[in-house]
Design a binder for this molecule. Structure first.
Ligand SMILES: [Zn+2]
Ligand SMILES: [Zn+2]
Length: 337
């Protein structure tokens, strides 16, 4: 019997249901795990995603026929049962369960097992075949408690104010930015945002997500204003004229890659905070175990290390060669071994 999901030139395909999951080329029917650019691409005839993902796709891909669905509600496409479950990665991010008779596949998309209070809480879903990401699939990746990281960020902002320079935090606009902005709220200072982050934040607030408002950076603002608040910008804004206009600053980047010391030096920032929207090594292992699946297919990042580890422990694990792993955080992968 053919597997329920197979890799084709357009992406992960279910022939019986005639649909794709996170296809990388335009197709008829696309099921989308989340709104990051390596998973949600332009040009498909129809899209099915979690209801919180719809406005984000609208913002990033423009007008297409999007259909939103709630977590835990099943629908059938050509007798294949489809259900979305929270993946805890970013707002709307979902694992997709595909079920036919007694064969159950779960496509994790990107996920993190720790609840960030914004993205929904990751749920382990039992299945026979689990397609897992492995962006941080090396044992060196062990995240500190997020509250600890948030408190270090707040401390660093206060230090900047004492030095009378503007604290600038580089975060990815969808996911990390929302977490960092919430973490800064207790400081009660103005939070200034680069346009890319302000756009995302405004759309999410319009959609009734209870998130902190930000002040969009515009020409009427002066260095003196920024130095009493904090600036959030995407990493691409570093070393640009846009950044210079903010006046004297100290700069930090928030990313899982900051766990490897050399990466902070290579990015030439003053500080690196280890904060990720992906599961760490133990998070990946616990998520895999909790599914009960024997057959594990790994995508993104260090798949060879993860699959070797799993095979030695009795799983049937293999790499699934996809084109995922190019979203903003994943791209920052600089050599780590
Ligand atoms: Zn992602
Ligand atoms: Zn990804």
């Amino acid at each position: 019997m053919k597997p329920l999901l197979e890799l084709t030139s357009h992406g992960l395909y279910c022939e019986l249901g005639d649909f794709f999951i996170d296809p990388w080329r335009p197709v008829n029917k696309a099921l989308i795990t989340h709104a990051h650019s390596d998973h949600a691409r332009w040009g498909c005839t129809s899209y099915l995603c979690h209801e919180h993902t719809v406005p984000l796709l609208q913002l990033r891909l423009g007008n297409h026929p999007y259909q939103g669905i709630a977590w835990g509600k099943s629908i059938f496409i050509n007798s294949i049962e489809i259900t979305f479950f929270p993946a805890g990665h970013i707002i709307g991010s979902s694992q997709i369960r595909v079920r036919y008779k007694d064969d159950t596949w779960v496509v994790s998309g990107d996920y993190k097992t720790k609840n960030d209070g914004i993205s929904g809480s990751f749920e382990p879903i039992s299945c026979n075949h689990f397609i897992t990401e492995s962006t941080f699939g090396l044992p060196i990746y062990q995240w500190e408690e997020q509250e600890q990281v948030y408190s270090s960020i707040r401390h660093w902002v206060k230090e900047a104010h004492e030095k009378q320079v503007t604290p600038v935090l580089f975060t990815y606009s969808l996911g990390k930015a929302q977490r960092v902005i919430e973490a800064l709220a207790p400081l009660n200072i103005p939070i200034y945002a680069h346009g890319a982050i302000a756009n995302t934040q405004e759309i999410l607030i319009q959609q009734q997500h209870s998130l902190q408002p930000v002040i969009r950076i515009h020409n009427g603002l002066k260095p003196i204003d920024f130095s009493k608040g904090v600036v959030i910008a995407p990493p691409s804004a570093d070393q640009t004229n846009w950044l210079k206009k903010l006046g004297p600053s100290q700069r930090a980047i928030c990313s899982g890659w900051m766990q490897v010391r050399g990466n902070q030096r290579r990015r030439n920032v003053d500080k690196g905070f280890v904060l990720s929207d992906h599961a760490d090594w133990n998070g990946l292992l616990s998520a895999i175990e909790a599914t009960g699946a024997q057959h594990i297919l790994a995508t993104h990042g260090f798949t060879h290390v993860l699959t070797k580890y799993l095979n030695e422990r009795g799983y049937q694990a293999e790499t699934l060669s996809t084109l995922f792993g190019q979203d903003e955080e994943e791209q920052t992968n600089i050599e780590t071994s």
